[in-house]
Design a protein around this ligand. Structure first.
Ligand code: IMP
Ligand code: MG
Length: 174
């Protein structure tokens, strides 16, 4: 267990709010007057998905899938576990995957490949709040991200340690 008093703030509430709003503006330009499917990768992306979606103005549909790659420790296992990946027909749709963080990239790659394999989408892009580029093991980059982060284990705003701290309104590290 980490003590909340041991956490240092990396990105505060206001900083996250304005970064998410900026991303929303970019997406409104990119997809203006086009329909969009957001695919939220549970559980980590839930806060980001909710906040981001409130800035979006195009006709929007939301799907929620559940993948996991982390055990209960501090490092990625590299194995992706598809807990629930049921999706509607995404053929000919604009699809944007919403993630909390890209770390090794295995989860992102798995999901992009899964969607490409099953659907002929009109477009398929990836939006991650955080990008831990330094940890990348597979060749994948988000089309949109708010912050690049270095190799620290982060919690809050959806990110967890052993299931805890997702509810923190800021992003912190130990
Ligand atoms: P990847 O497959 O290694 O890119 O891992 C992606 C997933 O690992 C993310 O969706 C997060 O759920 C989790 N993850 C990666 N880095 C962190 C972190 O610093 N804190 C909490 N979860 C993380
Ligand atoms: Mg995640």
């Amino acid at each position: 267990m980490i003590n909340e008093s041991d956490l240092k703030v990396l990105f505060g509430v206001k900083e996250i709010e304005s970064a998410v709003e900026e991303l929303g503006k970019k997406l409104n330009k990119e997809y203006s007057n086009q329909e969009l499917y957001l695919i939220c990768v549970l559980k980590g992306s839930v806060m980001f998905m909710v906040d981001l979606s409130k800035h979006l103005k195009m006709p929007l549909r939301m799907e929620f899938i559940r993948l996991s790659s982390y055990g209960s420790g501090f490092s990625s296992t590299g194995k992706v576990n598809a807990v629930d990946i049921s999706l509607p027909d995404l053929n000919d749709k604009n699809v944007l995957i919403i993630e909390d963080i890209i770390d090794t990239g295995h989860t992102a790659k798995f999901l992009m490949d899964f969607i490409k394999h099953n659907f002929k989408t009109k477009s398929l892009k990836f939006c991650s709040l955080l990008d831990k580029k330094i940890k990348r093991e597979v060749d994948i980059d988000p089309d949109y991200y708010a912050f690049e982060v270095d190799d620290k284990f982060l919690v809050g705003y959806g990110l967890d340690y052993d299931g805890y701290y997702r509810n923190l309104p800021y992003i912190g590290y130990v």
